[in-house]
Design a protein around this ligand. Sequence first.
Ligand code: DAH
Length: 350
Amino acid sequence: MNLIAELEKLLSGLHADLPGVSSLAGLDELQTVYLGRKGALARLMGRLPELSPADRPAFGKAANAVKEEMVSLFAQRRKVYQTQAEDAGLARFDPSLPGRLPGQGTLHPVTLVMEEICRILVNLGFETVNGPEVETDFNNFQALNFPPDHPARDMQDTFFVREGVVMRTHTSPMQVRAMLEKGKPPVAVIAPGKVYRRDSDMTHSPMFHQIEGLLVDENVSLAHLRGTLTFFLRELFGPQVKVRFRPSFFPFTEPSLEVDMSCILCKGTGQRVIGRGGKEPCRVCKSSGWLEILGAGMVDPAVFTAVGFDPECSGFAFGLGVERVAMLKYGIDDLRNFFESDLRFLKQFI
Ligand code: DAH
């Protein structure tokens, strides 16, 4: 048979086959049969050498025309299926259904408490500063009057990055950075952030948060420290809170103080009222009526000397653990809750 006649037969074959296709997949299959690499058209074109050289150009032209037509027939058909599929999707769309809200996150309780603490202190005039969690031994220890090999370093189990570089064990090195940066008094800063210690149990985590405070100015006294911290704790926990100051030791303050506040659960009585007039020992303050909440003191002259300030300067400093405050405020008794990313726990603090 004449090859050009066969081309025409192929095209009418496709015209006849197309109406029988009922799905997009069927259409794909049919396209392979006709236009695939080993399909009917390709096979026909492979027979070109059977023709005399004079007949070849006419056949080539006809074959290309048939191919173009086939491609466009498949494309038209494909469009019909796509429109049908879209229409079907629209038919399934029910505009009266309530919308699905995207999942909404909440702030972590530690973040919430940290923000509240900073807000109170910023209102008092402190400026917030941030610094690195990888710190030099000089800033973390030496400038804060912990000499090398001094037993006071044992108070803080340390992660060493390499000789002379540590994960900061407290936010106190920000005192050093702030004073070096300002160059001279007055300095009034707070430094919130993460700190690291080689420690892990119910009440200790290898990473936790602290907020450091530092005020350096003329004639700063212990009275200013007491007034500031008493005001701060009453803003944070309520006006009924009583505050007491006990002597303590930190290398970077002299005198050093431990600050306690009356227990917020038993209101300082050491006992909790249960049922009808019954009482039980308060588990939060272990019946003492008091909770340790802050470390503080007057800046040691050795710290002023280390940062090039006049050792006659006056200032106070304080530091507190944010998780501890959050545990007390929200009545949480296991620190690990904060770090386990359990949404049932985290979603309670909106
Ligand atoms: N840096 C101390 C700690 O982590 C807390 C502290 C105590 C900070 C007394 C101070 C301070 O600024 O004066 O245990």
